[in-house]
Design a protein around this ligand. Structure first.
Ligand code: LIP
Length: 286
């Protein structure tokens, strides 16, 4: 557990996270250009960035700089700032970029305030966050010790709680990377998991997957290859709703694996994943 800097109110940070995430969400919906295309690719030809990813992050950087000028900033796209306050904002300006490009309404702006160094696995943790789906109006917020909350439109926020169930009855979320060799390995692991659970859902946004675990519209979720900006806010929304969120060894989530679910189910899926990975063998990392 990393200590909160003196005088920092996580509830206030959550309010700021929600405010700027809603603003950025409106931007990416209202100002989406006709004929939106791929502005550039990153790790592979399918790892895309649109002009709106960058515009959303530019907005978040500017607004968080206004509201919390001493805080650091780290985002998926270009733009970073060192922290002078002990708080760093970790943002995904559009989580589910491929869904955004294809106009599939399953993408979100994810904004989290973290303590520690988000560039080092296990050396940071979220203390407040918000995940906003700007198409459906779903707004998720959480802050350390304050619980997880969901609202849609003007409705009163509802407190979230995870669901315990058996692995065989569990609706399991997962996702796949942008690298072909990784996807082949993920598919091989999935062949061992799929028969063990109720069914699989691949929504395309880790932030929304983690929020769905918090609200019980997914029972459990796992994915390899996620970045801090994909998980930072959803991690806290899930844990404040009673989920365990970890890697495969009970430590903080990291690129090797993010695994989230109610305590008993988290353990059951973790055991099944360990066995699956033993049978499939190590990933072919080039
Ligand atoms: C996405 C993740 C998702 C994963 C996708 C992609 P992005 O993040 O949220 O869980 O399966 O491949 O990485 O790239 O849309 O910000």
């Amino acid at each position: 557990m990393h200590a909160l800097p003196p005088g920092v109110d996580p509830a206030e940070l959550a309010r700021i996270a929600l405010t700027v995430a809603v603003e950025a969400g409106r931007l990416v919906v209202d100002e989406r250009p006709a004929g939106l295309g791929v502005a550039e690719t990153k790790s592979s030809a399918t790892d895309i960035v649109t002009v709106m990813d960058q515009r959303s992050q530019d907005h978040l950087l500017a607004r968080l700089g206004e509201l919390r000028p001493q805080d650091g900033f780290a985002g998926e796209e270009r733009g970073a700032r060192a922290s002078e306050s002990g708080i760093t904002w970790v943002v995904d300006p559009i989580d589910g970029t491929v869904n955004y490009l294809y106009e599939i309404p399953a993408y979100a702006v994810s904004v989290a305030a973290v303590v520690g160094d988000p560039g080092v696995d296990g050396a940071w943790q979220p203390v407040a966050g918000a995940v906003v789906n700007p198409v459906t109006g779903e707004r998720y917020t959480a802050w350390l010790g304050g619980g997880s909350w969901r609202s849609v439109g003007d409705e009163e926020p509802r407190r979230l709680h995870v669901t315990e169930t058996s692995l065989g009855q569990a609706l399991c979320g997962t996702g796949f990377g942008y690298d072909a060799d990784r996807r082949a390995w993920q598919a091989a692991v999935l062949t061992h998991v799929l028969p063990r659970v109720r069914d699989i859902r691949r929504l395309g946004s880790a932030a929304l997957d983690l929020c769905r675990v918090a609200e019980g519209s997914l029972d459990v979720y796992y994915e390899r290859g996620l970045n801090p900006w994909d998980v930072a806010a959803g991690w806290l929304v899930a844990t404040e709703a009673g989920a365990v969120v970890s890697d495969l060894h009970g430590q903080a989530p990291r690129a090797e694996l993010t695994l989230a679910g109610a305590p008993v189910l988290h353990t059951s899926l973790g055991t099944a994943l360990e066995r699956a990975i033993e049978q499939v063998g190590p990933e072919n990392v080039r």
